[in-house]
Design a protein around this ligand. Structure first.
Ligand code: OAD
Length: 261
């Protein structure tokens, strides 16, 4: 069920459907995007104040951009790290974390690289687009692991150097033109078998993440969406609620608690 933004009755009906589905489910998968972190102060990518309005992705988030100007790319990632480090998880992250401990089988697939889901205590997180708090050696040097944690917020020197070979390190995120790691795709594919699949705060325009909700529906999951506005997948899903994730999830959580879930 989808509805125009100005139709609150339909939104209520969609919320009812999601509450019923959650109450009857023993397994849950949640897919999140930048909208979930918006209330924490982390900028989204699209929309009026989105990062891609003022920055060109091909200059900052591609292997070619890094190869051409690693310092510029790192300046941008350092700015994002500083911004994210000043943010805290919001109510949307908290509710998802609570659900992750309540459902016997739970997977969170997040496109967000900010680490706020982990900070909220969510278990079983699949970082579909990597993490801004990890790095890897740009040269893939043999002495370094595939990637490793790096919680540095402000670097002494930009671009930072690989401690193993002295070459460059790169942010541990997936850039445009890069594939998703096969283990990550495998974990996401397994999570499509869960009873309920909720897609929250994502514009559903970036593939392959955008294909996951329809794939879950094809596997028989109840599929719900929570977003400020309709997205390209809304019409294909069972229930679409228009509202802010931090508000809608808080309401859903209270209603699920009342229903004994
Ligand atoms: P987008 O910026 O494309 O979309 C954010 C979505 O969140 C939009 O649909 C908004 O309507 C919605 N939104 C904003 N605030 C919200 C709120 N408080 N509650 C609910 N919804 C809200 O971000 P993503 O879909 O995450 O990839 O973008 C997907 C990928 O594109 C990102 O992971 C990134 C980007 O390029 C890479 O960097 C590879």
């Amino acid at each position: 069920m989808t509805f125009p933004v100005d139709n609150p009755e339909a939104s209520d009906a969609a919320s009812d459907q999601i509450v019923r589905a959650l109450a009857g489910a023993s397994s849950l998968t949640v897919l999140t995007g930048a909208g979930v972190s918006a209330a924490s102060g982390v900028p989204t990518f699209r929309g009026e104040e989105g990062l891609w309005r003022s920055h060109r992705p091909e200059r900052l988030a591609t292997p070619e951009a890094f190869s051409e100007n690693p310092r510029l790319v790192w300046e941008w990632y350092q700015w994002r790290k500083e911004r994210i480090a000043a943010c805290k998880p919001n109510r949307a992250h908290e509710v998802i974390a609570e659900w992750s401990h309540r459902y016997p089988a739970f997977t969170l697939i997040t496109q967000n690289v900010d680490g706020l889901h982990e900070r909220a205590g969510t278990r079983n997180v699949v970082r579909f687009h990597g993490s801004i708090w990890e790095v890897s050696c740009w040269n893939g040097c043999r002495s370094s692991p595939a990637r490793w944690p790096d919680h540095t917020v402000t670097y002494a020197e930009l671009p930072p150097k690989c401690p193993h070979c002295g070459g460059l390190v790169r942010p541990g995120v997936v850039w445009f033109g890069e594939g998703i790691a096969s283990e990550t795709l495998e974990l996401a594919a397994r999570a499509l078998a869960n009873d309920v699949f909720l897609t929250i705060g994502t514009s559903s325009v970036v593939y392959p993440a955008a294909s996951l909700s329809s794939a879950a529906k094809a596997r028989g999951a109840f599929t719900g969406e929570i977003n400020l506005e309709a997205t390209p997948v809304s019409a294909q899903l069972d229930a679409s609620v228009h509202g802010a994730a931090e508000v809608v999830l808080d309401e859903l959580s209270s209603r699920c608690d009342d229903s004994g879930r």
